[in-house]
Design a protein around this ligand. Sequence first.
Ligand SMILES: NC(=O)c1ccc[n+]([C@@H]2O[C@H](COP(=O)([O-])OP(=O)(O)OC[C@H]3O[C@@H](n4cnc5c(N)ncnc54)[C@H](O)[C@@H]3O)[C@@H](O)[C@H]2O)c1
Length: 297
Amino acid sequence: MSQRIIITGGSGRLGRSVVEGFVEAGFDVTSVDRNVPPSPAKGVDYRTVDLLDAEATGELFTDLAPEAVISLAAIAVPFSAPEDVILKTNAGIAHNVTAAAVSGGAKAVIIASSPSIMGYGAPTGWVPPRLPLDEDVKPEPWHAYGLSKYVAEQVASLFAQQTSEVKFISFRPCYVIAPEEWAGAPTQQGHTVKDRLDQPELSAVAMFNYVDARDVTDFLITALANIDQVDNGAVFFVGAQDALARRPLAELVPEQFPELAHLAEGLTGDSPAFSVQKAKEVLGWEAKRSWRTELVE
Ligand SMILES: NC(=O)c1ccc[n+]([C@@H]2O[C@H](COP(=O)([O-])OP(=O)(O)OC[C@H]3O[C@@H](n4cnc5c(N)ncnc54)[C@H](O)[C@@H]3O)[C@@H](O)[C@H]2O)c1
């Protein structure tokens, strides 16, 4: 019998792709979002609820009795709403969804965080202990979005402290490129992928990170399949194996972030600024897609 799964935020940029990928992989998928997408995918049960409503969310999840929950719903762009609204919304959704998943009987919960919790872009300057960044580097969020995602990770840890019957994972997807964006559709920030490559200052905002939405789906499916290998509450970066840049980051990082020049010497060739080793070592997952093979120029 196929595994019953709830994906929250299934109408969003990443969620639409994830929902389709899980249906293709044979899961029994319910998308829970405030909205139904303009082109709903076949074979998906779409439910609408405000995930900030803890009671309605709890009742819905209990009715659906999912085996696993993937939590993508959030305000996904820093400064796209007032800071207090972003913090309350994302932290509230993370808590409500995780609590509802546990009380609804789910055995696995995977929560979307973000690499932006690390602190790059902070107006006072941000200098991490090393590059590439790995999951042992301490996050230093500087905006409400980053803080809200840090809280979401802590929500996963909190529930992992309360029960060992359920596995919790947080993942930090790099700048998500939906499949149609390789051919020129606008990305989350409004410009195209090609603009991001041609104007390094655009990609520098995310430390040149990116990931194809289909690779995120593969990560999530692999994580669920190998959930027994994962320490409860673990965090993973989920990114492409290369940087979204036409030149090595050993050159681009010092140009865009002079204060990080001393950390960038090792970022030669196409190396990214975010390590994807942990997902490879623990789960056996690595991204298959690169801008070099996907971009339609
Ligand atoms: N897109 C990226 O590059 C990126 C990078 C890092 C992390 N993330 C994280 O991945 C997740 C998905 O991002 P996305 O780009 O698909 O975002 P998106 O804005 O396209 O989709 C978010 C979805 O959440 C839903 N939602 C928001 N508030 C809700 C509420 N109160 N109740 C019910 N549904 C609600 C929205 O309707 C929307 O469909 C988010 O958690 C985001 O923070 C995204």
